[in-house]
Design a protein around this ligand. Structure first.
Ligand code: GLV
Ligand code: MN
Ligand code: MN
Length: 407
């Protein structure tokens, strides 16, 4: 049993047109009109593949193919939202490979004991609404439903209102459900598989992640008549924090990475001293204790920068996901599947967050990685060769069929 490469490629191209950017990338932020159009197409395809489709209270879309026995399903999934000027592989590829695996089970008339299904999670990226992985986080019971509904985008628009507006506020409870296994195919988003010339990564786990939000309150004033000695510039303090956050990963060591990705400056005009800056801090490491140390270092960086510039601040450490190790049985199933294909593979650890991270809290979970060209993602240049995708998709198909057990 193998996937149909041409059909998968055709689906990738068609879904990739919704929210396509002129430079070959994708902007399909969660719960926008583009997201709705992408979801509508996916639901049409899922129904076309004979799946019973339902939508839960978080807008997560679930499609089930019946099994021979009344047993918990094997679910494959990922997300269909993107970052702004992102690529057409992050998330979409996992969703489309899940669909292609189900279409291939249908083609081969394969009966399984466990139902096999797919799930498309809401707002995985965390680009529009924070935190990331919010749909899977609610499903896993790690994020309260009301908190998720009350998440607001930059313009103050509520997630719950947008779910309703695009027609994906479903009725199914978004709660942990019995699952035989959860499997997610994703691009690696790092350089290792490409460097080693391997088409498939058997993912062992995901790093711990912490997100913080810093608001710096300076004094907005005129850029001309205000002498340097009496300024309290929120952006100058922010610049020190950006530099300090970069330093944290060096100080803490190990595999720690630290990023300031967002900076909102008020009033953001040439001739005013910035009165307010809101910024994000993203810290990641495979070791939870190093995250704790990094958060302590961040507190000090911010305190010192704010004191030097004489500005007030609020620092919120509002999201943390612990290091996640996947289930040995699912890792083994993925390894058996790729082994039976006879293509190169290795075990690998994920530096990016995925819905699989939350699913691992409620189900035996594993992932399949395929290489990213030059290790790049969250950019329009994101690319994975179709040959590699085919190996990855076949790995997903065979692992899912194995876990679902032949009827
Ligand atoms: C998801 O893309 C993440 O932030 O790792
Ligand atoms: Mn992703
Ligand atoms: Mn992503």
């Amino acid at each position: 049993m193998r996937i149909n490469r041409e059909r998968l490629q055709d689906s990738m191209e068609r879904l990739g047109r919704i929210g396509a950017t002129p430079r070959g990338g994708l902007t399909r932020l969660a719960l926008t009109d583009e997201d709705r159009r992408g979801r509508d197409l996916l639901v049409e395809w899922m129904r076309g593949a004979g799946l019973a489709v339902s939508v839960d209270q978080m807008g997560n879309i679930l499609g089930l193919r019946p099994g021979a026995d009344a047993l918990p399903p094997v679910l494959m999934g990922s997300h269909a939202d993107s970052v702004p000027t992102g690529g057409t592989y992050d998330g979409q590829l996992g969703v489309l490979c899940a669909l292609e695996a189900i279409r291939s089970l249908n083609d081969a008339r394969t009966e399984t004991r466990h139902p096999v299904g797919m799930v498309i999670f809401t707002n995985e990226e965390g680009a529009r609404f924070q935190p990331a992985m919010i749909g899977s986080g609610v499903m896993a019971g790690k994020i309260p439903l009301e908190d998720a509904y009350n998440a607001r985008d930059r313009d103050g628009i509520r997630l719950g209102d947008e779910l309703e507006r695009i027609g994906y506020l479903g009725g199914e409870p978004c709660v942990p459900r019995p699952m035989r296994a959860y499997l997610e195919l994703h691009i690696e988003q790092g350089p290792i598989l490409e460097e080693q010339g391997l088409p498939v990564g058997v993912v062992e786990g995901i790093v711990a992640i912490a997100w913080s939000r810093l608001t710096l309150h300076g004094v907005q004033d005129h850029a001309g008549p205000t002498p340097m000695r009496i300024r309290h510039d929120a952006l100058v303090a922010a610049a020190e924090v950006v530099r300090g956050v970069r330093e944290i990963s060096r100080q803490v060591g190990g595999d720690m990475v630290s990023t300031v990705g967002r900076l909102d400056v008020v009033p953001n005009i040439p001739n005013a001293i910035p009165g307010r800056v809101v910024m994000s801090i993203d810290l990641r490491d495979p070791d939870d204790t190093r995250i704790t140390r990094a958060l302590g270092a961040l507190d000090r960086v911010v305190r010192d920068a704010a004191r030097r510039e004489g500005v007030q601040y609020e620092l919120e450490h509002y999201w943390r996901v612990p290091r996640t190790d996947f289930h040995p049985d699912v890792i083994d199933a993925v390894e058996r599947a790729v082994g039976s294909l006879g293509c190169g593979h290795r075990r690998i650890f994920s530096g990016a967050g995925h819905d699989a991270q939350y699913m691992a809290a409620i189900a035996p979970t594993g992932m399949v990685f395929v290489p990213s060209k030059a290790g790049r993602s969250h950019c329009e240049e994101e690319f994975t060769a179709l040959d590699d995708i085919e190996h990855g998709a076949n790995t997903l198909l065979l692992a899912a069929a194995d876990l679902a057990q032949p009827a």
